[in-house]
Design a protein around this ligand. Structure first.
Ligand code: GKR
Ligand code: MG
Length: 423
């Protein structure tokens, strides 16, 4: 009987994979990005998998949480949440954060999500259904993602490995070339540029160049709160006809609320609405109109569906956020995105920036910018053990245990402070 199945062992394997020198408000990506791979073994010999953040505090959190998940049925999601809620202390949230995945105030949500997806993978294997069916069934057969452009350097400081194939991405011409290459490779039908790196006038010129090169495609710009409120207000008119949404230009919910009074552009965020508490405050301020969900820090796939219901109730748009990730995360994102009727924007993904993966069959394919929703049981992907061992060895060798974009940038420019907002 499936009801008798129990989780008998949990393995957490940290991995590191090559990540290009991508620039953002905090600095620059390090040569290696970290993730953790979870494997939940059951009494009937199955293994449910998932992928989540891999920084040292997250690994410690997962190790501590393991004891509360062991012995549960893979179907006992509510019990798992209840146990983790009792075990993980609430922490105060900052006013805004560039990477909610590294924020300890999201610990409970991150831990629930990490185990929930692996338990769903087991459930799917047991009942012979893809996760999307356990979430109510697919409302679309493929999930659209956007071309996620970054300003970038041609190679990492100290050249730890061969330079990537993308080259430098700094000038408007180079940004357009990056978009053309990404669209030629993946077929994306919308474009996001990670901003907050150079003078706003330069970033606006890049957006205008993208508008000229791709007249029909929706465009987004995300300065990650590195523009002051005044700068964000001043920049808005030049972006009015260019953007589908204006993502986190300035810091804090109050800042975004004030900006909303000065622009007709819909404001989007993955920085100031990252929990239901912040959602409530946002509704009160009438500020952000598009929320970027992320099951990794919102508390899992069910919590993402809950967020989607709340967005529908309050008439808010819903999109999806991403950090550097591998194929297991991409599959989990695809399952939940396929089960959310009001997820009406193409989702973010960093996946094109990665050239390694640990799933059987290698990197996941995109067709016309979209990923097909799997129809095989559970997540629909399995771990390639040799690839996992290789990326774990990279983790052991790389020496990085916490993401630090600012310290990495100081290797190029010792005067870089990372103070935000910079412009
Ligand atoms: O990976 O550089 C990055 C991004 O800036 C990431 O940290 C953000 O959380 O992609 C994210 C965003 O949309 O704000
Ligand atoms: Mg963002």
């Amino acid at each position: 009987m499936s009801r008798d199945v129990r989780i008998t062992a949990i393995r957490i394997t940290p991995v590191a994979f090559r990540d290009p020198p991508l620039l953002n408000a905090a600095g620059i990506h390090e040569p290696w990005a970290l993730r953790a791979i979870l494997e939940l073994e059951t009494s009937d010999g199955r293994v449910g998998i998932n992928e989540t953040y891999g920084d040292a505090p997250m690994l410690a959190l997962l190790e501590d949480a393991k004891a509360h998940v062991l012995g549960l049925s893979p179907f006992a999601l509510n019990r798992m949440e209840e146990r983790l809620r009792a075990a993980i202390q609430p922490r105060e949230a900052p006013a805004y954060t560039l990477a909610p995945g590294s924020d300890p105030s999201r610990n409970l949500a991150k831990a629930i999500s990490a185990f929930e997806v692996a338990m769903y993978d087991l459930q799917g294997q047991i009942v012979n259904a893809p996760i999307v069916d356990l979430l109510g069934g697919a409302v679309r057969s493929s999930v659209a993602y956007s071309a996620y452009l970054f300003f970038k350097y041609a190679e990492h400081h100290g050249r730890p490995y061969e330079a990537d194939a993308w080259g430098e991405g700094v000038s408007p011409e180079q940004v357009v070339a990056q978009a053309k290459r990404m669209i030629a490779l993946y077929g994306f039908q919308s474009i996001k540029l990670k901003g907050g790196v150079f003078e706003p006038a330069h970033e606006i010129a890049c957006m205008q160049a993208l508008r000229g090169a791709f007249p029909g495609l929706p465009l987004r710009l995300d300065p990650n709160a590195n523009w002051s409120l005044a700068t964000s207000i001043a920049a808005a008119p030049a972006l009015d006809e260019v953007l589908e949404y204006y993502e986190d230009p300035c810091p804090g919910l109050e800042g975004m609320a004030e900006l909303a009074r000065h622009t007709k552009l819909p404001l989007a965020t993955n920085m100031v609405v990252t929990s239901m508490e912040e959602f409530r405050r946002n509704v009160g301020t009438q500020s952000v109109k598009v929320i970027l969900s992320d099951h990794h820090y919102w508390g899992g796939l069910r919590a993402t569906q809950h967020l989607a219901h709340m967005c529908r109730l309050w008439g808010l748009g819903l999109s999806m956020h991403s950090n550097s990730h591998l194929g297991i995360s991409l599959m989990a994102m695809t399952h939940v995105a396929a089960a959310v009727p009001n997820l009406t924007y193409a989702c973010d993904t960093h996946y094109p920036w990665q050239d390694e993966d640990i799933v059987v069959g290698g990197r996941i394919a995109f067709s016309e910018g979209a990923v097909r929703v799997p129809t095989s049981p559970g997540l629909g992907v399995q771990i390639d053990r040799a690839a996992l061992a290789k990326l774990h060895d990279q983790y052991l060798a790389c020496g990085i245990r916490n993401r630090d974009d600012r310290a990495q940038m100081q290797k190029y420019d010792p005067s870089f402070t990372g103070v935000c907002p910079r412009f």
